[in-house]
Design a protein around this ligand. Structure first.
Ligand code: R5P
Length: 302
């Protein structure tokens, strides 16, 4: 096996791929892919990957559309002789259905983890939605590295240059909010959220009157329908006159979520795990760190 891996990009930002590949002196591979007139996929791996360690960077938001191309690519690489396949999946989907909330429901987090575990030898991801699972190893059977964006979020919030009140919109968010608050020495509160449907959430917040001099910064892992953020922003706007910021790691912005949030006047900042105009945090250093662990290289960032 050659020392330097070959990196492929599926649905992700080429700049991230190049930055990661350059950090390891790796090559970026070329794919010839298109759709047949009937919608089926055509794929051709242009490079020679025999005996190579290959790494696929894949933006897997909207996974129903993107998983099959990933599956085809991994199988092709394997058949062409790649000895190891690593996955960089900055945003890991299908993590929120982590139990059978109502009888008969599919626990899709488990089924999806089986598919990914079958197609690769290792995976690196950033802040997956770990709520009822303590670690990915509970459902994934390949080595998985989970990197955390807390330091990056903390630096961004510090850059606002103002006294802040960090706000977690639900109990799950406390893991991120508390960690970031500790790093920048900021007070924080966590709301109580009840979800009654995809776009139906109700939120109650503890009294924040004592923090009227602070700029509220909502911290969350995912913005999906945007409903969580919309509800908490409305509450904050009633009790705090300052501009409201939200720092979220993964911005999916389903449907018209982004437009609705912009209309509310909230300042949005997201990580570049999913390409979006609100991207303000570069998560590439975390991916480099994760790859270093799997290639047994010292991290080029240190
Ligand atoms: C909840 O469990 C997550 O941490 C996010 O708060 C949630 O996924 C956001 O979803 P939505 O934008 O659809 O309210």
């Amino acid at each position: 096996m050659t020392t330097h891996p070959v990196f492929y990009n599926l649905f992700s930002d080429d700049r991230i791929l190049h930055a990661v590949a350059t950090a390891f002196g790796g090559d970026t591979g070329t794919l010839d892919s298109r759709r047949f007139p009937d919608g089926e996929s055509y794929l051709n791996v242009v490079d020679n990957v025999k005996d190579k360690h290959v790494i696929i960077l894949c933006a897997l938001d909207h996974p129903n559309d993107k998983f099959l191309p990933l599956w085809f690519l991994a199988n092709t690489l394997r058949e062409l002789g790649a000895v190891k396949i690593g996955l960089l999946i900055p945003y890991l989907p299908y993590m929120r259905q982590d139990c059978r909330f109502n009888s008969g429901e599919a626990v899709t987090s488990r089924y999806f983890s089986r598919l990914i575990s079958e197609l690769a030898d290792w995976m690196v991801t950033i802040d997956p939605h770990l709520h009822r699972y303590a670690a990915l190893s509970e459902i994934y059977t390949i080595p998985c590295d989970t990197l955390h964006a807390d330091v990056i979020l903390a630096q961004w919030i510090k850059g606002l240059g103002t006294d802040t009140l960090l706000v977690g919109p639900d109990r799950e968010s406390e893991q991120w909010v508390a960690g970031v608050a500790h790093q920048i020495n900021s007070p924080y509160v966590v709301a109580d959220k009840k979800r009654f449907g995809d776009r139906n959430v109700s939120i109650s917040l503890p009294d924040i009157a004592a923090y009227s001099h602070c700029t509220p910064v909502i911290i969350d892992d995912i913005i999906s329908s945007g409903e969580t953020l919309i509800q908490i922003t409305k509450i904050l706007q009633k009790s705090n006159q300052r501009p409201i910021h939200c720092a979220a790691i993964h911005g999916i912005f389903a449907g018209d979520a982004y437009e609705r949030l912009v209309k509310l006047g909230i300042n949005l900042a997201t990580g570049n795990s999913i390409r979006h105009p609100s991207n303000q945090f570069d998560l590439t250093p975390l991916l480099i760190e994760g790859v270093a662990r799997h290639l047994s290289f010292p991290s080029p960032l240190r």
